[in-house]
Ligand binder design. Structure first.
Ligand code: BGC
Length: 729
């Protein structure tokens, strides 16, 4: 089932419960896989389940035939099976360690920027652009679809993830995956599951109530898989309830393959396999980067099968699943794919940032009048470029790295070549635009006094392998923001961060924009935002706390100083394994705040516009377990803009559904115009999971439906009656 993209005025968020494998057009691919499997030797089956590094390693050059990337699986030419050329590509095609000398790619805005669009069409477009670039570079497997729920706003990889809400995360990731695969490139969805923090990620045992996991983290994966139909699922480094993800029978065999009827294959994260037998039996289908695991799947799997420790049927199932995905996604075909068009990829990057930047505060300062005379731009290397996040998703941007700043001993913060200062100068051709690097707050404040308005940039680096030590802006930037904003009240702060930050200076500034990591057209998009050439429409996909004390875990669990980066594969269990108790269960993000009556700094779903919107005539009707909500939304301001009414549901007494995002619409509205919008609610959002019975259960009663423009500003309410019902998992 293809997801209805943004075609018409009304966008319905529609997900069918438990669609599982039903939506896949698998028949022909499965038959072909079966036929090929029948012709395979045992050695060929074993070679298909063995993934190695696609890069030079330990003195050996990159494997022959490898394009040069994170992973490589040799092909079987006699059977027409192509090699799998696997690259990281969450935010564009990565080139770690310059394996492909000089190769660059479009650096997309972070997934938080993409998620802030709440626009499935643009997520699909991002995926298609990245997929086309991958295909043109010779890659056919993209290690993308990072859909882990953002449980902690300090997470090192939050910029690669989408949301704290499973519906928003699952739909957006699914749309991006669908876009990638529309270019005959197979995409993963990752990291399955509960790899929700980086601190000690390889030694962490994420403990959570199973039903709560099904209603939160796993629901994001379930929806992402239904919508995107990824060819592979990447299992994670961490343990879940005492068992490593890549040997976790409950996760792989029961939830993914039995309950969700997932027909693709499970590949390991790099260095995440600890035992061949345990992994093979639990449902791992392909080892990745086997040089990093002390137990080589390929070598020992053959032995284990011969000794009867792993059934032959399991090895056949692994090969069958990999073949099925290869055939389903056209990897074995010579596809006349469009040549990668860098101009259109960059257009996509620009479009995402235009829609994804979020206006958090505006006391009449923005848009800046185009006839403004003197502007001062301050800080965050805004004269050179825009920051990006680190780790395996790091892209070497087309046009080259603008600037890089060393972080610690061996890491670097990379700036994409899109100077906000230059773009602002172009947007305001009649203004004198000066720049101060912000190193000395007093000097910047003096310069600020002469400006009609000040544009203060602040950044914060995040990277895979390490969580942010706190939510505060690093490097004295809070002092800079405060000192300059006090000197000139016409100050706007533009945040380029990998997640929420605290804003002790908020009252001093007239406006705040969250631009995230804005990608390689970020400077242009930010300038358009400031001038009003673009009317802001982004909405927060996660809550901004007032302080870390509001979080379920005021301090990140684990040892932040001992956080290992990247893959390690020492085999067996780590001595240092520690338990991270996710006692908050499914109460992630805004649900946690709501239950406690806590007021965040900025709520989930929040975002301002240069116009204003109203909402009325909310109604809800039920057809069995399928609820449809309707409302009328109108533009009450003076300029055209995009309204995103959000629908929420709460269950009747005893249903244990305090508040959940149930759907949204996204409509362009001219001033004074109104539209009817509707959304169809996924029945799983009206249910709780019964792990014993492996069923979703809807409790009979009156469900409260609310609608508004963020989770706190719900301005209309209605109710709908549902009879009790059960749904398959
Ligand atoms: C990351 C994955 C990535 C893989 C290959 C791992 O360390 O967790 O997200 O796809 O490396 O680079």
């Amino acid at each position: 089932m293809a997801f209805p993209v943004r075609l018409v005025a009304v966008v319905a968020v529609l997900v069918s419960a438990g669609a599982g494998a039903e939506g896949y057009e698998l028949g022909a691919a499965q038959q072909r896989a079966e036929a090929v499997l029948g012709r395979m030797t045992q050695a060929e089956k074993l070679s298909l389940v063995r993934g190695g590094l696609g890069a030079p390693w330990g003195g050996r050059p990159k494997p022959q035939g490898s394009v040069g990337s994170a992973g490589y699986v040799a092909g079987i030419p006699r059977l027409g099976i192509p090699a799998l050329q696997e690259t990281d590509a969450e935010l564009g095609i990565a080139n770690p360690g310059n394996i492909r000398p000089g190769d660059t790619a479009t650096a997309m805005p972070s997934d938080l920027a993409l998620a802030s669009t709440w626009d499935l069409g643009i997520a699909r477009r991002q995926g298609a652009a990245v997929g086309a670039e991958a295909r043109a570079k010779g890659f056919n497997v993209l290690l993308g679809g990072a859909v882990n729920l953002i449980r902690d706003p300090r997470g090192g990889r939050d910029f690669e993830y989408f949301s704290e809400d499973p519906l928003l995360a699952g739909l957006m990731a699914g749309a991006a995956i669908d876009g990638v695969q529309s270019r005959h490139v197979l995409s993963t969805i990752k990291h399955f599951a509960l790899n929700d923090q980086e601190t000690d990620r390889v030694a962490l045992d994420a403990r959570i109530d199973r039903a709560a996991a099904r209603e939160s983290d796993l629901l994001a994966f379930e929806i992402g898989i239904e919508q995107g139909r990824p060819g592979a699922v990447m299992c994670a480094y961490n343990e879940v309830n005492g068992v490593y993800s890549c040997e976790n029978d409950w996760l792989l065999d029961r939830v993914l393959k039995a309950d969700w009827r997932y027909p693709g294959f499970v590949m390991s994260d790099w260095g995440a396999v600890h035992s061949t037998i345990r992994s093979a039996v639990a449902g791992l289908d392909q080892e990745s980067g086997d040089e990093l695991d002390t137990q080589n799947f390929f070598e020992s799997l053959g032995r284990s099968v011969a000794e009867g420790k792993v059934p032959q049927t399991r090895l056949d199932d692994m090969a069958r699943r990999i073949l099925t995905s290869i055939f389903t996604h056209g990897l074995a075909e010579e596809v006349a794919s469009d040549p990668a068009d860098s101009a259109s990829s960059e257009e996509s990057a620009l479009a995402i940032e235009r829609e994804g930047a979020v206006l958090l505060k505006n006391e009449g300062l923005l848009p800046l009048p185009t006839n403004v005379r003197r502007l001062l731009v301050v800080g965050a290397h805004a004269d050179r470029g825009v920051p990006s996040g680190g780790g395996s998703s790091q892209v070497v941007p087309r046009g080259g790295i603008a600037f890089s700043e060393r972080v610690g001993r061996n890491r670097a913060m990379i700036f994409d070549p899109s100077s906000p200062l230059d773009a602002i100068r172009r947007q305001f051709p009649h203004a004198l635009v000066d720049y101060d690097d912000g190193r000395f707050p007093g000097r910047a404040a003096n310069a600020a006094r002469w400006a009609d308005a000040v544009i203060l940039f602040a950044d914060q680096w995040r990277t895979e392998g390490i969580d942010a030590p706190s939510l505060s802006l690093p490097g004295g930037q809070d002092t800079l923001m405060e000192t300059v904003a006090r000197a000139n009240p016409h100050s706007v702060v533009v945040l380029e961060t990998g997640g929420p930050v605290l804003m002790p200076w908020l009252d001093e500034t007239a406006a705040v924009v969250e631009a995230w990591y804005p990608g390689q057209k970020g400077g242009e998009a930010i300038a358009e935002f400031l001038s009003g050439a673009v009317n802001p429409s982004g909405r927060l996909p996660l809550t901004f706390p007032r302080s870390e004390a509001q979080l379920p875990h005021p301090t990140i669990q684990g040892d932040p100083t001992g956080a290992p980066i990247g893959p390690v594969g020492r085999g067996g269990h780590y001595d240092r394994t520690f338990v991270a108790q996710y006692g908050e269960g499914a109460e992630v993000g805004y649900k946690w705040y709501f239950e406690r009556g806590e007021q965040p700094l900025f709520p989930f779903g929040f975002g301002l516009s240069y116009t204003t919107f109203g909402l009325r005539s909310l109604s809800a009707s039920a057809d069995g377990a399928r609820v449809t909500v309707r409302a009328t939304v109108w533009n009450s301001g003076a300029r055209a803009g995009v309204a995103t009414p959000e629908f929420y549901v709460s269950g009747p007494a005893g249903a244990n559904i305090p508040l959940r995002l149930a759907g949204w619409s996204r409509v362009d509205l001219a001033p004074g115009k109104e539209r009817d919008v509707s959304a169809s609610v996924d029945p799983r959002l009206l249910a709780t999971f019964d792990e014993g019975a492996r069923r979703w259960r809807i409790r009979g009663g009156d469900y409260r439906i609310t609608a508004g423009f963020d989770v706190e500003r719900r301005e209309a309410a209605t109710a709908v009656h549902l009879d009790g019902a059960e749904l398959p998992p």
